[in-house]
Ligand binder design. Structure first.
Ligand SMILES: [Zn+2]
Length: 400
């Protein structure tokens, strides 16, 4: 196989002399056919290359490159006459990022396949910003994805060489990863190998050493019952994303004190707070429309409320504010892993503690109080609603 394109053999070369074969205009874009196969068109799951065409002091932007029956077509914002000779400059930022993303994808897919050989690579997309790969045949959990991400980083650090070979399709065996039908379509195939690890039939552009990838980060994972789709990025782009997200958390570390390692717990609490707020709104709506929960035991009114989102001090405040007439027992309960409870009595023969302390201790709570108010708490509550119901029935027993 002679005349291999330079982007396969030497992806570091960025400038070429090209000649214009023909030009077509479509909408506000020009489709410029060039005679030289020096810039890679979109294909095989990899986006087309970008760059510029320079003639004298004219600079034309290449937005994309496509292939059409062996022709290379540049999609540009400017026109050049047929036969013109121009300097083509590849956008090396876009190309390098694609190279990093593509080699990283080979490593990631190889690692996953080495753990589960039934998985195949489905839809693939690589461009200069990110990549996505569909792993067909399994729902892969996040821990496995993170472990594979870590392994990619380890291979990056090993600085292995990335090489291409051009081999007869007939010589390709199962040690080479290859898409179905590829060996039947072509007589010769390019095989990209990473060290002694992965060999994969591929037409994309790759880094020449794994250390050139620099950094690898999974950005998102979507699963259904059969497939897993992983979005990722590599190189400086990956480092920038990780850095900006870390700094986003760091900025808030001082206004809402937490240790960086507790970020997950902080987010869990935020989620819980949103749920609690919703429940509190429902509760308030219920109280406004139907009134409080009141039960009567002879001349005694027993009022009790389950109040998500309340803390100990707001619970106490509310207990003091509730107006009472006649013999009344009020129980307010704020649910959570740490649940809070307050019991207030009015015109009752006994102290508040007499109505609750027994059940409080029975269900593992602690508390105290003299006279009309008793406060208590529970830690590590798995089912706060059940605890609330148990406390209410305990008080009912005392009252009846
Ligand atoms: Zn590839």
């Amino acid at each position: 196989m002679n005349n291999l394109p330079p982007y396969w053999t030497d992806p570091g070369i960025s400038k070429f002399e090209v000649s214009i074969k023909s030009v077509k205009k479509l909408d506000d874009r020009y489709y410029i056919h060039i005679n030289e196969n020096v810039i890679r068109p979109a294909g095989g799951g990899q986006a087309g290359e970008r760059g510029h065409l320079l003639v004298d002091d004219q600079k034309i932007t290449i937005y994309d490159t496509i292939g059409e029956e062996g022709d290379i077509i540049l999609i540009t914002d400017g026109h050049l006459a047929e036969g013109t000779k121009a300097q083509l400059e590849i956008d090396m930022d876009w190309r390098s990022s694609m190279m990093e993303n593509h080699t990283a994808e080979h490593l990631f897919a190889w690692i996953i396949k080495s753990w589960n050989e039934d998985i195949t690579v489905g839809e693939l997309w690589i461009d200069g910003k990110h990549g996505s790969v569909e792993l067909v045949g399994a729902t892969i959990d996040l821990d496995t994805i993170f472990e594979a991400e870590h392994k990619v980083m380890m291979i990056i650090e090993q600085d292995l060489s990335v090489k291409s070979d051009f081999v007869d399709s007939s010589s390709i065996d199962s040690s080479v990863r290859s898409r179905e039908g590829l060996t039947e379509k072509h007589n010769k195939l390019r095989v990209v190998s990473v060290g002694e690890l992965d060999r994969s039939a591929c037409s994309g552009i790759h880094v020449t050493r794994t250390s050139d990838i620099g950094f690898f980060k999974v950005l998102d994972v979507k699963t259904n019952d059969k497939n897993t789709r992983v979005e990722f990025t590599a190189g400086m782009n990956a480092a920038n994303i990780v850095s900006s997200i870390y700094n986003m958390a760091l900025r808030r570390k001082y206004t809402y004190p937490f240790e960086m390692e507790q970020l997950g717990a902080v987010l869990d609490r935020a989620k819980l707070a949103v749920d609690d707020k919703q429940k509190l709104i429902e509760k308030t709506n219920h109280l406004l429309s139907s009134g409080a929960t009141v039960e009567h035991f002879m001349e005694v009114s027993f009022r009790h409320e389950y109040l998500p989102g309340y803390d100990a001090s707001s619970l106490r405040l509310l207990a003091n504010q509730l107006s009472t007439t006649g013999s009344t027992v009020i129980l307010l309960f704020a649910p959570g892993r740490k649940s809070q409870v307050i019991l207030r009595v009015n015109e009752m023969s006994q102290d508040a503690s007499e109505y609750i302390s027994k059940s409080l201790m029975q269900f593992g709570g602690r508390g105290g109080g003299k006279g009309e108010v008793f406060t208590g708490g529970f830690v590590d509550v798995k089912d706060p609603m059940k605890l609330y119901i148990d406390l209410v029935s305990g008080i009912r027993k005392v009252l009846s």
